[in-house]
Design a protein around this ligand. Sequence first.
Ligand SMILES: [Zn+2]
Length: 209
Amino acid sequence: MLRNRVTQANTVVQAGLVHQINTSAWKVPGSQGKQYLITHRSGEKARMRCDLDTGHGLQDCKGNVNGHVCRHILTVLIFRAKMSGENNSRGMLGKHHAKVSLQKMSEDKKGVKNPFYGKQHTEKTKREIGKKGIGNDRSAKLYPAFYNESTNEYIPGGQNLIKMCRKHGLNSNKLHAIKLKMRKQTREGWRLATPEEKREVIYRWYEEG
Ligand SMILES: [Zn+2]
């Protein structure tokens, strides 16, 4: 599903997991430490190329058969579009500009790049954002990523706890309580996700579908 792939690619870009090697080469992660090398070759018909870097040489990425474009190339295309958008603020396709981007822009000014759903907000930036009146809406408060050990479910961090809880059929008070108690579990098995869990979950999900 292309739409799914675009969401996946966007998440990987947002999480700052695309590594630009030079102006025509990028690395994109896979699960279990895999890496994909994407190169841009201006002289060739198929301009973007993707190889799996096994650590002992390169293998053709299997996603590019029969004219298909693999998720790794798609990710790099989105990454490049985002970068050129950032270099030219008029390039912002500004529908959701308001809350998310205001926050993002203020982070960029502080030199904090690639926030992943706000997980990198320190208590200080949170307070500052609050003071500026961005995110004053209580329902739009930032929340961290949650992980459920018993069901292996994962909820990425985000901005609207109440909305997210409604979507997942969860009790928002309970999740708020975990957030306050840090790493303690609810009876249902929910707790705060560790940074490693966050990354591995993104990688695995990224390779699905
Ligand atoms: Zn690929």
